[in-house]
Design a protein around this ligand. Structure first.
Ligand code: CP
Length: 343
């Protein structure tokens, strides 16, 4: 357990806005370990809330959140929409395909337009790394990164951490971090913002991270992030506690990165036989969408007691509720979240 940061209040976290002093949520790389733990702790109340029959709160009543998605999404878009609605906000979705982006409007002009509509939070997914940070510099409200190019997908890493923590807790592990755990992430690391955010988040929480990909899909500078690279999946799986599979991001591939999906499955697909190389009770994760029969077999993806893929989706709503709640506290005038806390 983390030691208390604030003994006078008994809280494990700094008080009020100092617990999370950022206006935006752009990247896990911008967060301290205690800030990650704070968002996870805040999300716990929403896990319980979302399991009730009635799931409506008025916490964000009167606020408007805009989900501006310049790339396709099922899980992230829907969970941000559900999160905002369950908190009582007015939620508006902007799909780039139906927007004036198609008429040539620039990203900055789009950002300025959303800002003029006085949104209280803007959630953005964009195909270019850094685009969400650029938008954040042109608006006055909190901006949440729902995935930018190959850079980061911070709420994915947070929901993965929450799902993993819940599974470990179910097995009797009370620690709130992942010290002593080995997590193997396998797949298209090169194009994966999920991998980047997860490497940072898992390491911040004490896990050892192994990365596995064919040479063409392993970024050259990845060792600088402190994870151990592998090209041999069997070696990467050896006694791993958690196996996180990633899909091939064909939409970001310009040219031939793998000989064929069949060959890829043979070398890097998670089959029941391969899974046996990890620990007996190894936990299986995948951020979705899955390519069943390519990077993961259905017998593994649906393995009861081991796969937490649907739990990852459930935790996505709770994490996004927590992020919207925390980032709008200043706008809502929540005591302790006054002036000067945004950095
Ligand atoms: N994991 C994830 O980001 O899924 P979507 O692309 O469906 O949002």
């Amino acid at each position: 357990m983390t030691s208390p940061h604030n003994p006078s209040t008994g809280s494990r976290f700094p008080k009020g806005g100092r617990a999370f002093p950022h206006r935006d949520l752009l990247a896990i790389s911008a967060l301290e370990r205690h800030e990650i733990l704070y968002l996870l702790a805040e999300a716990e109340q929403y896990v319980a809330f979302n399991r009730q029959a009635s799931k409506h709160s008025e916490k964000l009543a009167g606020l408007t959140t805009i989900n501006a998605f310049f790339e396709n999404s099922t899980r992230t878009l829907l969970s941000f929409e559900i999160a905002g609605k369950r908190l009582g906000a007015d939620v508006v979705n902007m799909h780039a395909a139906q927007s004036s982006v198609k008429k040539g409007e620039t990203l900055i002009d789009t950002a300025v337009t959303l800002n003029a509509m006085r949104a209280d939070a803007i959630v953005i997914r964009h195909g270019s790394s850094g685009a969400v940070g650029l938008i954040a510099r042109h608006v006055d409200c909190p901006v949440l990164n729902a995935g930018d190019g190959q850079h980061e997908h911070p709420t994915q890493a947070l929901l993965d951490a929450l799902a993993l923590r819940h599974k470990l807790r179910e097995r009797g592990h009370e620690a709130e971090d992942f010290t002593g755990l080995t997590v193997t992430i396998c797949g298209d690391i090169l194009h994966s913002r999920v991998a980047r955010s997860n490497i940072l988040c898992l390491q911040a929480l004490g896990a050892t991270v192994r990365l596995c990909a064919p040479p063409a899909l392993m970024p050259s500078g990845i060792v600088n992030m402190g994870a151990e690279p592998f090209h041999d999946f069997d070696a990467a799986l050896d006694r791993a506690d958690v196996v996180m599979m990633l899909r091939l991001q064909n939409e970001r591939m310009d040219g031939q990165f793998i000989p064929s999906p069949r060959e890829y499955r043979h070398l890097y697909g998670l089959t029941p036989e391969r899974l046996a190389l990890a620990r007996d009770d190894a936990i299986i994760m995948h951020p979705g969408p899955m390519n069943r029969g390519v990077e993961i077999d259905s017998a593994v993806a649906d393995l009861a007691g081991r796969s937490i893929i649907t739990s990852q989706v459930e935790m996505g709503v709770a994490i996004r509720m927590a992020c919207l709640d925390v980032l709008t506290r200043k706008a809502r005038g929540v005591p302790g979240w006054g002036k000067g806390e945004w950095v």
